[in-house]
Design a protein around this ligand. Structure first.
Ligand code: HDE
Length: 698
């Protein structure tokens, strides 16, 4: 795989080589490299420091030791202040429908053009070492290396944001991160300071509804949407502007996990999402998204229910449909996580000619923040020279020097204008970026527009657009989160907001909290609109069923189990482009009834059912009896049942299902020698009707 092989030189000594992506690394012919210091001095002994006699003190003279430890001591750089935990991949964006009538941006104009991209996904609140399945918004940041420079579309998997003004961002981040006097909780919004701040911030209510929905516990990065959030502009050659919003839609469909599953995945495999993406790409199963755009004019915008410059609002696809214009394919894992995933510096200010900002005040604040934060994270104004950040098109200007300057720029003239060097780089009126000349007027003021004032109506619309299980999950998430809040005042104030969004939510959450707090409805600045119709595009489950392609299925198999059924299962799983993992009592695997050996992918306790989308148990009567007194096996089946998964089993395995408390329903499939009925049932996704039988729905 390209991601794994480094360019190898046939020279004897390690040398610096520039790789495909411009990255510089040390290489030498296999088996021929001589270990050297960073200055290239060959090292004779890398295991013993220089001492005064065999038992004597280490000598300060030992520059080999000193250099090795010096470098190690400084290996870490500050993690991102938000979005610290990330995973990333290389790929390309291919345009399938040209917008050349609306923009001069070549990346959106040339059909068939493949633009290289680097995409970083992230959680927001947790530190770099936190777990993947935190309930959290996911970052979806795309760097397009276009012919006209880098375009960074730094989005999230939710189309709206918590706040309308960048001024409030440090407060939001401080509130959600671990509480500073105690250093916890890590990677969780379920604590007092977050809900305290939210309770005092009505503009956050719409986003809070999304945050409490299953959107924030995605099954995989490959199965979530991405959104540019803000309104941007496209600008054509005549200078005419069209507003645009960007949406990424995954080809594998949308899927989330269940909260209890998320909690358990965090324990079983805190790297669940990064492993999933890495393995999929490594297997050649390249994840893909469609890029859709919502296009609208200034006049159309004036007729919308909400201000298109307000990032706490969205424009439903039912109002402005999506036009699909291209596809994003991720086909190469980073070769080095620090060099690429960590050092990539997304900047919302990185635009290309033909794409421009709107007047969204949140976006303007971001334009300062992203450039600024790279300096404290990467330590130099030359961070754009790090290969992952450098444009792949020619670039030239008069910026010089600075910390860690890696270019040796020989020019005498480092300014414009100049008669001495008329051949140096010069601005181009035709090719260069020109800001759209939107008219501006008004007094300087620190005030919000009244068109930003309605904080509850779209929150309500989001809730009523969800299917019943999705609504139940929002209510359950709010109950969980508020149950972790210690302050009654914060809790009751939040209940007031929920009640104002929709009475039903406030009442259900209050019932789930189970104590008689007074609900004092919040007083909205403008009346909550009851006329916004449900929009099914806002729901995950109202969409077409996601395929089984790209999903992970499992079979728990015991010694002596039916080889024919296992074989049939492998065939059926391959038929839907999913993967099958074998879980056995020991990692050595089992011998099947025809004497063949079946290799295990996981030992039972190391491969809990939360790691899989649907499961089967293929056991002998004896095997099932042994598993029935094995807690990990009982939990394996019980969890799959409680997580509404389809469970296939052969008749001899029935005893284990009984012990695990499984009741028959459409998702419990008896396999009579052939596994296809299990795949057919699993193709319908989770068994939502089961939910009310396995947990209390308030
Ligand atoms: Fe960010 N955000 N953000 N954000 N954000 C950062 O930049 C900030 C916002 C988003 O994988 C930081 O390089 C402000 C919205 C992603 O490297 C920082 C405001 C959206 C990433 C920053 C916002 C995002 C960041 C931290 C309010 C969705 C990770 C490290 C005005 C559209 C990018 C860094 C990556 C990262 C500031 C709001 C998405 C501090 C001030 C809205 C995906 O600059």
């Amino acid at each position: 795989m390209a991601s794994k092989t480094k360019e190898v030189s046939d020279q004897q000594q390690p040398t610096l080589h520039t790789g495909e992506g411009g990255e510089v690394h040390q290489v030498a012919a296999p088996g021929q490299a001589v270990l050297t210091t960073n200055h290239g001095m060959p090292i004779s002994d890398d295991h013993n420091s220089l001492r005064a006699g065999p038992r004597g003190a280490v000598l300060l003279e030992d520059m080999v030791l000193r250099e090795k430890i010096f470098h190690f001591d400084h290996e870490r750089i500050p993690e991102r202040v938000v979005h610290a935990r990330g995973l990333a991949a290389h790929g390309y964006f291919e345009l399938t429908d040209s917008l050349s009538d609306l923009t001069t941006a070549l990346v959106l104009g040339e059909v068939g053009e493949k633009t290289p991209v680097f995409v970083r996904f992230s959680t927001v609140a947790g530190n770099r070492g936190s777990a993947d399945l935190a309930r959290d918004v996911r970052g979806f940041a795309v760097k397009f290396y276009t012919k006209q420079g880098n375009w960074d579309l730094v989005g999230n998997n939710i189309p709206v944001f918590f706040i309308q003004d960048a001024m409030k961002f440090p407060d939001l981040a401080h509130a959600v991160k671990e509480e500073p006097d105690r250093g916890f909780p890590q990677a969780q919004s379920a604590h007092d300071t977050f809900w305290d701040w939210i309770a005092m911030t009505p503009e956050a209510m719409h986003m809070v509804m999304w945050q409490m929905s299953d959107r924030t516990i995605p099954r995989s990065m490959r199965m979530m949407q991405g959104f540019g959030v803000h309104t941007f502009r496209l600008v054509d050659a005549e200078g005419k502007s069209t507003f645009v919003k960007f949406h990424w839609t995954p080809k594998l469909g949308l899927q989330s996990v269940i909260w209890d599953e998320a909690v358990k995945i965090n324990g079983a495999d805190p790297d669940f999402h990064r492993r999933d993406l890495y393995n999929a790409i490594d297997n050649g199963d390249y994840p893909e998204w469609e890029l859709g755009v919502q296009l609208f004019s200034e006049e159309e915008a004036a007729g919308f229910d909400f201000d298109h410059l307000d990032s706490t609002k969205l424009i439903p696809e039912e109002v402005v449909p999506l036009r699909v214009i291209g596809r994003l394919v991720l086909d190469r894992n980073p070769a080095n996580v620090h060099a690429e995933t960590e050092q990539v510096a997304f900047c919302t200010q990185n635009l290309v000619p033909g794409i421009d900002f709107s007047d969204d005040p949140l976006l303007h604040g971001r334009n300062f923040s992203y450039l600024d934060t790279q300096l404290s994270r990467l330590g130099s104004v030359n961070f754009n020279q790090i290969p992952i950040n450098a444009p792949k098109c020619p670039f030239a200007n008069m910026q010089r020097d600075g910390h860690m300057q890696t270019f040796v720029q020989p020019q005498r003239v480092t300014y414009t204008p100049s008669l001495l060097d008329p051949s140096g780089p010069r601005e181009s009126h035709d090719k260069g970026f020109r800001s759209f000349p939107s008219p501006m007027s008004g007094e300087k003021q620190r005030e919000r527009s009244p068109t930003f004032a309605d904080h509850y109506s779209q929150a309500r619309q989001f809730f009523i657009s969800q299917t019943v299980p999705e609504q139940d999950h929002i209510v359950a998430a709010l109950i969980f989160e508020l149950s972790k809040v210690e302050s009654d005042l914060v809790r009751s104030t939040m209940l007031g907001h929920l009640y104002t969004i929709e009475e039903e939510i406030g009442e259900r959450v209050a019932a789930g909290l189970g104590h008689d707090l007074d609900i004092v409805p919040a007083q909205p600045a403008v009346p909550v609109r009851g006329d916004l119709e449900p929009a099914s595009s806002l729901s995950i489950l109202a969409r077409a069923l996601p395929p089984l392609k790209g999903r992970m299925l499992a079979a728990l198999v015991t010694e002596g189990a039916s080889a024919a059924l296992v074989g049939s299962l492998f065939d059926a799983v391959a038929g839907v482009d999913a993967q099958l993992k074998i879980v056995c009592p020991t990692i050595g695997g089992v011998t099947l009834d025809d004497g063949s050996q079946l290799k295990a992918d996981h030992q039972l306790a190391g491969g809990p059912s939360v790691l899989f989308d649907a499961v089967t148990v293929i056991a002998t009567e004896d095997g099932a009896a042994i598993l029935s007194v094995e807690a990990a096996a009982v939990a394996w089946v019980h969890d799959a049942f409680a997580h509404l998964k389809v469970i296939g089993y052969n008749a001899d395995a029935a005893a284990l299902l009984d012990v695990a408390g499984v009741d028959e329903d459409a998702g419990i499939v008896l396999l009579d020698g052939e596994a296809q009925p299990f795949i057919d049932a699993a193709s319908n996704g989770r068994v939502w009707e089961r939910e009310q039988n396995v947990r209390t729905v308030f």
